[in-house]
Design a protein around this ligand. Structure first.
Ligand SMILES: [Zn+2]
Ligand SMILES: [Zn+2]
Length: 126
């Protein structure tokens, strides 16, 4: 794997942090979605858990690191991208998702509730 020379001086610390990251990826990889072994990265399973940037995890002390990494998963570049797209979408059970064309039960319920509220508002105005 090619190692790009960082613009700053490559310090001893950067090297062991990079190795630590690589070791974790090897241990927890390959991609947990599609099993690819290329272009792997560490991402939070739930973006709400992201209290510390992934890049900053590796310099933490061991117990912090383990706590943070237990919320992370190894994904390839492609899956990490579709995960981000998915996260930006409205959740199932939200009207926005129904409006995007989803017709699953929670989304249809959300739409029904929204329509009922809309009709109620309209009725009040008349
Ligand atoms: Zn993948
Ligand atoms: Zn849905």
């Amino acid at each position: 794997m090619a190692y790009k020379e960082p613009s700053q001086q490559r310090s001893y610390q950067a090297t062991w942090m990079w190795r630590r990251r690589l070791e974790w990826i090897v241990k927890n990889g390959p991609c947990q979605w599609c099993n690819t072994g290329l272009d792997l990265r560490v991402v939070y399973k739930n973006p709400a858990d992201k209290t510390v940037r992934v890049a900053a995890i590796w310099s933490r002390k061991e117990e912090d690191r383990e706590a943070l990494l237990s919320k992370c998963v190894v994904l390839c570049g492609t899956c990490a991208k579709s995960k981000r797209v998915e996260e930006r979408q409205p959740k199932h059970g939200e009207v926005g998702r129904y409006n995007q064309g989803c017709r699953c039960d929670p989304c249809r319920d959300a739409k029904r509730v929204d329509m009922a509220a809309y009709r109620a508002r309209k009725r009040e105005r008349v």
